[in-house]
Design a protein around this ligand. Structure first.
Ligand SMILES: CC(C)(COP(=O)(O)OP(=O)(O)OC[C@H]1O[C@@H](n2cnc3c(N)ncnc32)[C@H](O)[C@@H]1OP(=O)(O)O)[C@@H](O)C(=O)NCCC(=O)NCCS
Length: 230
């Protein structure tokens, strides 16, 4: 069954999630250093020290913007402040809500280039991956690493542009699936299995995939912005 998918829209004040519903969020993370300085106050001490470990300041800003966005959106479901959210981490680094929140909400975040996307469910495991589509000349080597022979044959006869699209669709689908399970990229070759999967553009030249462990009947898509021009 194909899910009912909304257009990207402004979220309502009162966020409600049904068991077979999924909320997809997108927001830009290419904010100014001034805006990032303000948002950083809402991050935890470990997030701030992670941000400070990025050598390039643009990466620091994007990390801060993505973590702030995550906190701000989750705060809307939990009716609390972004700073009061406590995250827990699996052994392989997958973040979730700390049990102190007593919430069924599950989520997964992905960021690439100027954009972040966040998937939120009422209890289903979820994984999301966004990638900026660029004309990489090492796609073939990446494909050798990530895809098996049958997968490579899927788009072997296509034109270069269609091959690139095929590459990104398969790559994001596999990574979303891995992130749903919570394992790392090292399992890329072995992990592909069917399940709920939805491919979608986040913005021009940004392709994403979403994987969930239960059937999703409805996807509501929300757009938000946390920079100073809000
Ligand atoms: C998880 C992973 C696939 C993400 O790859 P990526 O394409 O660089 O990044 P994305 O933007 O799509 O996703 C990153 C986000 O996924 C989440 N994430 C981190 N680890 C995750 C995991 N194991 N499973 C699912 N999601 C994870 C985080 O929110 C992270 O963003 P943030 O830390 O900046 O908030 C990759 O980092 C990986 O392979 N990690 C290795 C996991 C591992 O083996 N860890 C060893 C112990 S720490």
């Amino acid at each position: 069954m194909k899910p009912d998918i909304s257009r990207w829209q402004i979220a309502p004040e009162n966020l409600q999630l049904d068991p077979h519903e999924l909320h997809l969020w997108r927001f830009r993370i290419d904010i100014s250093a001034t805006a990032a300085g303000g948002l950083r106050q809402c991050l935890s001490a470990d997030e701030i020290s992670r941000a400070e470990r990025f050598i390039r300041w643009q990466q620091q800003i994007k990390f801060v913007a993505a973590r702030y966005g995550l906190r701000r959106i989750l705060a809307g479901y939990l009716q609390c402040s972004p700073a009061s959210i406590v995250l827990a981490y699996s052994e392989q680094g997958k973040p979730s809500l700390n049990e102190k929140h007593q919430s069924d909400i599950k989520f997964n975040l992905s960021h690439s280039g100027d954009w972040a996307t966040l998937a939120v469910t009422a209890g289903s495991d979820v994984g999301v991956d966004v990638e900026g589509v660029i004309n990489r000349n090492h796609l073939e080597q990446l494909g050798d690493y990530a895809f098996d022979d049958a997968e490579k044959r899927l788009f072997a006869d296509y034109s270069a542009a269609r091959q690139r699209r095929g590459f990104y669709r398969l790559w994001t689908a596999k990574e979303a699936r891995l992130k749903m399970i919570g394992v790392g990229l090292s399992d890329l070759r072995s992990s592909y299995s069917p399940g709920f999967l939805h491919l979608f553009p986040v913005a021009k030249k940004y392709l994403a995939a979403l994987a969930a462990d239960t059937d999703v009947h409805k996807i509501s898509r929300y757009h938000c912005w946390f920079g100073e021009d809000q």
